[in-house]
Design a binder for this molecule. Structure first.
Ligand SMILES: Cc1ncc(C[n+]2csc(CCOP(=O)(O)OP(=O)(O)O)c2C)c(N)n1
Ligand SMILES: [Mg+2]
Length: 542
């Protein structure tokens, strides 16, 4: 059979198990949009950055890949910020973008949408970028791009497709994936690591985003060696956060300091020990440190590694379990210390956030463990959403890992479309929502089951707090916000306003019961400040 480039893209999506593409139509991607819309689902977003964010979250929420379609030039450029996020997060995205007709490529004649070195621009922000040329290479190029995106460490891969070659006739066949081969495991290093784990008295495990595919193995290891579990934000849910040995994303909390000091072994799994989670790499971590990562360059980069193991967490932890005795040398009292650190650090945070703890608990009460909790970069996310609001499954842990505001709404939409049988929730601030306010229309039009919980403090609250604490003068932080009730009404999204804490539970429960889009706005000014105003976990000043 023959078809357009769009039909070929549909065949690729079918091979990948992807039923939806997110994008913005243009003469430079018309055949792609047309075929996806005819045969699968095309979601028309209002900005190309949102297309990539939604595709990214679709991939994260399904443990797969998402597909984004953009136009040439400005359209591809608009996608760049979100490609940066997908690359930072190690999230698989197949980004297909237009390109000017192949006959004019590189000629700088000012062809409509022509861009100076579009592929170079995409290479800078993606894991890799390809150009489809000649047309006969299209299937192989799409397969190579998707395979690379899905090979750990995952990432976004861009494919630019000259418009004439999208229109030309393609032979339609399924697109065979060829993921990269995993590295050979170092048996001697595994033996040595097992010995260290078996003889440690007070072991800790630190699970990062690279550990989330090893859930059963990490749980078994945790219990076998009777360790405590710290996670990065990205590693949350590797073990359900209700587990008594799971301290979670609290390593930098002062109440965990004694535990870090007492521990006599650290096993880290697929983590980069990023600045926000390690007090800018100043957090003292236990030694010896056994570091496992699929990327050899990551080992020893942020913290010294005493033993290096290159490999993905699932295979490595399984190999360690084979080598470990049924019972190891852990101190009888160690798990008590772990549970204490877990309890004290959570208590410390609850004290710091005041009334917002009630909001946190109410959200957890009315959604199932399978619900995606998407988080934009707002104070409620950065303080409690990233820690206290328990995650039970890593697929539900969707947030901008690079810390860029404004990406949450499209991520929430993408995740909610990927998991239509479960309610999804988005935590977002008024500043973050304003970045891609247009996506409220996408939400209203597509009607995924997404409850948007908006914290309106009339500005960039976290920067306001930082300026108050460290600068003494405010600049660029106070914002006009719309009347959200009118805004919601104008696009047909059910709306609740919360000015008093007592109203939240009922409003949220009713919003979840909508089984579609809903907006719950908390007036943070009226609800009052947190006992400890939240400032960013970064150094301000020299
Ligand atoms: C793309 C991007 N631009 C700027 C920033 C800096 N920044 C971090 S948090 C923040 C404020 C977000 O405001 P809002 O969403 O209202 O949340 P709030 O802090 O008020 O809770 C800003 C501007 C950023 N992180 N990302
Ligand atoms: Mg705000």
């Amino acid at each position: 059979v023959e078809g357009s480039g769009g039909d070929l893209l549909v065949a690729a999506m079918e091979s990948l198990g992807v039923d939806t593409a997110f994008g913005l139509v243009s003469v430079h991607n018309q055949p792609l949009v047309d075929a996806v819309d005819r045969r699968l689902r095309f979601v028309p977003v209002r900005h190309e950055a949102a297309a990539v964010n939604a595709a990214d979250a679709y991939g994260r929420a399904t443990d797969g890949i998402g597909v984004a379609i953009t136009s040439t030039g400005t359209g591809a450029g608009n996608a760049a910020g979100s490609l940066v996020e997908a690359l930072t997060a190690g999230a698989a995205v197949l980004h297909v973008t237009g390109q000017i007709p192949s006959a004019h490529l590189g000629a700088s004649k000012g062809f409509i949408h022509e861009t100076k070195d579009q592929r170079g621009m995409l290479e800078a922000v993606s894991k890799a970028a390809f150009t489809i040329e000649p047309a006969e290479d299209a299937a192989a190029t799409l397969a190579a791009a998707a395979s690379l995106a899905l090979t750990p460490p995952r990432g976004p891969v861009s494919v630019e497709w000259p418009i004439d070659l999208q229109h030309s006739a393609h032979e339609i066949r399924s697109v065979a994936l060829a993921p990269g081969q995993p590295p050979e495991l170092d048996e001697a290093a595994l033996d040595r690591a097992a010995e260290l784990l078996a003889t440690a008295a007070r072991p800790l495990i630190w699970a990062g985003g690279g550990a989330v595919h090893a859930r059963a193995e990490v749980l078994e290891l945790l219990e076998r060696i009777r360790a405590g579990l710290l996670t990065s934000n990205a590693g949350r849910g590797t073990v359900e956060e209700s587990h008594s040995a799971c301290i979670g994303n609290f390593a930098a909390n002062p109440r965990c300091r004694p535990l870090l000091e007492q521990a006599d072994l650290l096993l880290s799994l697929g983590t980069h020990f990023r600045s926000n989670e390690t007090a800018d790499y100043a957090l003292p971590l236990p030694r010896p440190h056994v570091q496992v990562d699929v990327d050899p360059a990551a080992i020893g980069r942020s913290y010294p590694a005493d033993l290096r193991i290159v490999g993905d967490a699932k295979r490595v932890v399984a190999a360690l379990l084979e080598r470990l005795p049924a019972r190891t040398a852990a101190d009888a009292g160690w798990l008590t210390e772990v549970a204490k650190a877990r309890r004290l650090s959570r208590h410390h945070l609850r004290q710091a956030i005041g009334w917002q703890n009630d909001v946190c608990q109410a959200i957890r009460k009315f959604i199932p463990h399978t619900s995606v909790i998407a988080r934009d970069v707002t104070i409620p996310s950065s303080s409690w959403g990233n820690r206290l609001l328990s995650i039970y499954d890593p697929l539900t842990n969707v947030f901008a890992r690079g810390g860029g505001i404004g990406q949450g709404l499209a991520m929430g939409i993408g995740a909610a479309i990927a998991r239509p049988r479960h309610p999804s929730v988005l935590l977002v601030g008024d500043g973050g929502l304003a970045v891609h306010l247009g996506e409220l229309m996408t939400l209203a039009q597509e009607r995924p089951w997404l409850v948007v919980v908006l914290f309106d403090d009339g500005g960039y609250g976290v920067l306001r707090n930082a300026q108050d604490a460290f600068v003494g003068r405010r600049a660029g932080v106070d914002l006009l916000t719309p009347d959200f009730e009118l805004l919601a009404r104008s696009v047909g999204i059910p709306y609740w306003k919360v000015d008093e804490l007592e109203q939240f539970e009922e409003a949220f429960a009713r919003a979840v019961a909508e089984r579609g889009p809903a907006l719950v706005v908390l007036d943070v000014g009226r609800l009052g400040p947190m006992p400890e105003p939240f400032t960013p976990p970064v150094k301000i000043g020299a």
